[in-house]
Design a protein around this ligand. Structure first.
Ligand code: NDP
Ligand code: MG
Length: 383
C-alpha cells in the first residue's frame, strides 16, 4: 500500500536512506526539510516533487527560492525553525519522519505529534531533551512513536508480542564500541577529528559519528531507551557488539533473551518504522550468518568514556539533566569539529554540566530551551 510521508532532515545520512526506501516502495513525499544543503534539496525536489519544502538557514532559503523561481510545479517554500515546525504540523502525509540532527528537531517532533501524526523518530535528541513532553503528547494525541535508531528498532521488534512484552525485565542495548574501543584515557588524549570520524561499521552524519567515538551516542541511546520502553537505568545493560550484527536484545521474566540481527544498514530500521506493523522486501542486503567469522561481546568502559558515565548519571538525576548533557555535548562536538578543543574535553564538559546542578523534576518546552542555552553557556565558559 502506498504511503505519503513528510521527511525532516532529508539531506542527511538518515534522510537520504529514507528516500531510498521511499523510492523502492513508490512512497510519495508531501514535505521535505533541511538546513542548508540547497544542491541536494534541488535534486530531491526534482525526483520526489514535494508540495512543501522547509529550509532553516536564511541564506539557503533565499538561494533555493531563486533557483525555483518561475519553475512550474515548484513546491511552496517555508523558512526558518518556524517553517520546519509548520511543515511538521501540516495535514497531508500519513506520517512524519524526523531525521534532523540535534535539539533543533525537538519542536518539530512535538508539532507533528500535536497535529495527530504518527512519528518515525531518528532524532534521538528529541527524547533526550524533552522525553517527558514527547511521551505526554504521544499519549494525549494517541499517535504512534516509531523508533528509527537501529538499537531501539531492534528492541521494538523484539517486543511485538504484547504478552511477552508485559514481562520485559531487562534491555541489552548493543554498542559497536566506536573507533577507539579498548583504548584508555592516555591513548585518547591526542585523538583528532579525522581519527574520530573513522567509524568501523556505519557511515553517518559527523555529529553522531563523533558521539559514537566518545560513547555519548550510547549514553543518548540509554536515555532514549528509558523513555521508549519505560525501564530504569539499572535495567538497561550496555553490551559492546563489535560487528554491529546484533542490533539489541531484550530479556523476559523467564530469562529468555530475544535479539534482532541484520547487516548494519539503517534502511532496515527506517523501513520498519515506515511500514510497521507490516514487513516489506528491503533495499538492504541479507545477512549471511555462515559468512560471519566472529560475533564478539564485551563490556562498555564508562571509566574511560566519560560521556557514557555522565549520561547514566543524568538519567538517574532525571528532570532536565539529560537535556543539559545533550546541550553541552552539541556545543562541545561543534568545537571539536573545528579543532578548538581536544577529544577528552568533550567528556569533561558533559560531565561538568551534569554535576553543576540538581536539574529539578517536570519541565515545560521553554524550560528545555533555557536549559539547553545554559548548558551551551557552561561549555563556552569552561573550554
Ligand atoms: P546528518 O548530519 O547526516 O543530517 C542531518 C540533517 O538535519 C540534514 O538534513 C541537515 O540539513 C538537517 N539539519 C541540520 N541542522 C539543522 C537545523 N538546525 N534545523 C533543521 N535541520 C537541520 O545527520 P544523520 O542523518 O546522521 O542523523 C540525523 C539524526 O538521526 C540524529 O539525531 C542522529 O542521532 C540520528 N541517527 C542517525 C543514524 C545514522 O546512521 N546516521 C543512526 C541512528 C540515529 P543540511 O544537510 O542542510 O545541513
Ligand atoms: Mg543507534
Amino acid at each position: 500500500m502506498s504511503k505519503t510521508i513528510t521527511l525532516l532532515g532529508s539531506t542527511g545520512s538518515i534522510g537520504t536512506q529514507s528516500l531510498d526506501v521511499c523510492r523502492m516502495h513508490g512512497y510519495k513525499v508531501f514535505g521535505l526539510a533541511a538546513h542548508s544543503s540547497v544542491g541536494k534539496l534541488l535534486e530531491q525536489i526534482r525526483e520526489f516533487r514535494p508540495r512543501y519544502v522547509a529550509v532553516t538557514d536564511p541564506h539557503a532559503f533565499r538561494r533555493l527560492k531563486t533557483e525555483l523561481a518561475w519553475q512550474p510545479g515548484a513546491p511552496t517554500l517555508l523558512q526558518g525553525p518556524e517553517g520546519l515546525r509548520e511543515l511538521a504540523a501540516m495535514q497531508g502525509p500519513d506520517m512524519v519522519l524526523n531525521a534532523v540532527v540535534g535539539i533543533a528537531g525537538l519542536d518539530a517532533s512535538l508539532a507533528a505529534i500535536e497535529s495527530g501524526h504518527d512519528l518515525a523518530l531518528a532524532n534521538k535528541e528529541s527524547l533526550v531533551t524533552g522525553g517527558h513532553l514527547i511521551l505526554d503528547a504521544v499519549r494525549r494525541n494517541r499517535v504512534h512513536l516509531l523508533p528509527v535508531d537501529s538499537e531501539h528498532s531492534a528492541i521494538f521488534q523484539c517486543l511485538q508480542d504484547r504478552r511477552s512484552a508485559k514481562t520485559l525485565e531487562k534491555i541489552l542495548l548493543t554498542a559497536s564500541g566506536g573507533p577507539f574501543f579498548g583504548m584508555k584515557t592516555e591513548e585518547l588524549r591526542h585523538k583528532t577529528k579525522d581519527d574520530a570520524l573513522r567509524h568501523p561499521n556505519w557511515h553517518m552524519g559527523a555529529k553522531i559519528t563523533i558521539d559514537s567515538a566518545t560513547l555519548m551516542n550510547k549514553g543518548l541511546e540509554l536515555i532514549e531507551a528509558a523513555w521508549l520502553f519505560g525501564l530504569p537505568e539499572d535495567k538497561i545493560q550496555i553490551v559492546v557488539q563489535r560487528e554491529s550484527i546484533i542490533h539489541s536484545a531484550v530479556q523476559f521474566a523467564d530469562h529468555s533473551i530475544l535479539a534482532q540481527l541484520g547487516v548494519p544498514d539503517m534502511r532496515i530500521p527506517i523501513q520498519y518504522a515506515l511500514t510497521w506493523p507490516e514487513r516489506l522486501p528491503s533495499p538492504a542486503p541479507e545477512l549471511d550468518l555462515t559468512a560471519l567469522t566472529q560475533l564478539s561481546i564485551a563490556k562498555a568502559d564508562d571509566e574511560t568514556f566519560r560521556c557514557l558515565a555522565a549520561c547514566k548519571k543524568a538519567l538517574r538525576k532525571g528532570g532536565l539533566a539529560p537535556c543539559a548533557a545533550n546541550g553541552a555535548n552539541e556545543a562541545a562536538v561543534a568545537h571539536f569539529l573545528k579543532d578548538e578543543i581536544g577529544f577528552l574535553d568533550i567528556g569533561r564538559l558533559v560531565e561538568g554540566v551534569v554535576d553543576s546542578d540538581s536539574f529539578g523534576g517536570d519541565y515545560t518546552l521553554a524550560d528545555v530551551h533555557e536549559c539547553d542555552r545554559m548548558a551551551r553557556a557552561y561549555v563556552e565558559a569552561h573550554i
